[in-house]
Design a protein around this ligand. Structure first.
Ligand code: F0G
Length: 454
């Protein structure tokens, strides 16, 4: 078996520093037990997100100099448009500064109050943008007890059909699939599931759109796990996959291998005109959409680089490498590991802490305190909601901690270090305290929440 080796070498380095234990304790208190409030210079290994944190290649950096900064009709835009048309197959391409800007423009254009938007699982910004315009996001991911299910990100077609029958197709202007399915562990969606979703939605005349942030990682899983795709290139798999949809929203901060950027793409000329009206109002002119010409260049190259199978093999296996180490230590993780992150069951690991006291958030705090590792909670703090009728909080089934691995940034010895921090936390886990909220914002509260130990 080939060793797990990075298919790139390092040309530039950025120093990182591990603060002392008392310093980390103090920073945690100052941050109100919310790692979003930490300064990045106080973090040793940053696994908060894989979004916008990729290391760009020498080719991308050199492309920055070619950025055409013209307000209108920049060369860089046409390069991006051509690449997107080639990989995604959609005619119209609108740049936006990041994924959620695309969500805002798209959902404002297509949704009416009371419309439903089914998905495998909506990401939190997608959910928030749908709700913001009065829509109702619905998650219909398959439920499986099989922890080695190869496509745990799939949508449950039976539930999708039931929803359409229950609320009526007139109330569902579109369906979406998030590839890979971030919120349930970066789990992929199979080509078969995508195809069948398209077929089901088509019978009701409902279009399918993709949340395509991690499309290349999803395509790699299809190549490795789905029969009939082993000899196809990643690009061919992507082309087939996107052919089942009418368009996509893309945050290029993930599989665009760029630090900023995104786009909305589709085949519908009328829709694209409507979205463009809002684009000009909120983001910028049609050919730059809130980005500099050099950003468009970086994204155009990143989209090509991400299709490299050696890169994807290392990427997905590095995530697995960390997951396997945690598994050996007896840390409960979501299996199989996903494309961009290892998800740890914080609720199970710190089972002495009640749901109401955010065990997964408490675990993120411990990982920082013990080793300067920053992760993110995907549990009660991020996902619980107040029931409108009873006024009671409804907590998600699982309290997870996500260790999202930035692309091309950390080596495997960094992963070994992270595993050793878990070992330390495990030793002291009985002493980890739960948390209570002392401040929350009306939208996406986890970003700005303030907490205290209980
Ligand atoms: N959709 C998915 C599946 C995402 O994971 C994200 C962002 C977005 C949409 C929004 O894109 O950040 O460019 O506005 N996910 C990041 C994360 C923030 O950490 O998972 P954005």
């Amino acid at each position: 078996m080939k060793a797990l080796v990075e298919p790139y070498k390092i040309k530039t380095v950025e120093s990182i520093k591990l603060l002392s234990y008392p310093e980390r304790e103090q920073r945690l208190k100052q941050a109100h037990f919310n790692l979003f409030n930490l300064k990045s210079e106080d973090v040793f290994i940053d696994l908060l997100t894989d979004s916008g944190t990729s290391a760009m290649s020498d080719s991308q950096w050199s492309a920055l100099m070619l950025g055409d900064e013209a307000y209108a009709g920049a060369k860089s835009y046409y390069k991006l448009e051509k690449i997107v048309q080639e990989i995604f197959g959609y005619k119209h391409v609108i740049p936006v500064h990041q994924g959620r800007a695309g969500e805002h423009l798209f959902f404002t254009t297509v949704l009416k109050k009371g419309d439903y938007v089914p998905s495998n699982t909506h990401f939190d910004t997608t959910r928030a943008n749908i709700s913001y315009v009065g829509g109702i996001p619905v998650d219909l991911v398959i439920q499986t007890k099989d922890c080695e299910h190869p496509f745990k990100g799939n949508i449950d077609l039976g539930k999708l059909d039931d929803l359409i029958k229950k609320v009526g197709k007139e109330k569902i202007p579109l369906g979406t699939l998030t590839i890979t399915n971030n919120s349930v562990g970066g789990q992929p969606v199979s080509m078969q599931n995508i195809k069948e979703t398209k077929e089901l939605l088509s019978t009701y005349g409902i279009p399918l759109y993709f949340d395509a942030c991690r499309f290349a990682e999803n395509a790699y899983f299809i190549k490795k796990r789905e029969k009939g795709y082993e000899n196809k290139t990643i690009k061919e798999i992507c082309q087939e996959l996107f052919s089942y949809g009418e368009g996509c929203i893309m945050s290029a901060k993930k599989d665009g291998l760029a630090n900023m950027g995104g786009f909305f793409a589709c085949n519908d000329a009328t829709l694209v005109d409507k979205v463009t009206h809002l684009l000009v109002l909120f983001e910028g002119f049609r050919t730059y959409g809130g980005l500099a010409g050099r950003d468009l260049e970086a994204v155009a190259r990143g989209l090509q680089e991400v299709l490299d199978e050696d890169y994807l093999a290392f990427r997905v296996n590095q995530v697995k490498y960390l997951g396997d180490q945690l598994d050996k230590l007896g840390v409960p993780i979501v299996k199989p590991t996903g494309g961009h992150a290892v998800f740890v069951d914080g609720g199970e690991m710190l089972s002495h802490i009640k749901k109401e006291n955010y065990p997964a958030q408490a675990l993120t705090c411990s990982l920082y305190k013990e080793g300067g590792v920053r992760s993110v909670e995907v549990g009660g703090l991020m996902l619980s909601r107040k029931d409108k009728e009873s006024g009671k909080m409804i907590f998600p089934d699982a309290d997870l901690v996500r260790l999202a691995i930035p692309r091309r940034v950390y080596t495997n010895s960094h992963m070994d270090y992270v595993a050793s921090v878990f070992e330390e936390v495990k030793k002291k886990k009985g002493k980890v305290k739960g948390l209570k909220l002392v401040y929350e914002a009306p939208w996406l509260r986890h970003f700005t929440a303030k907490l205290e130990e209980v």
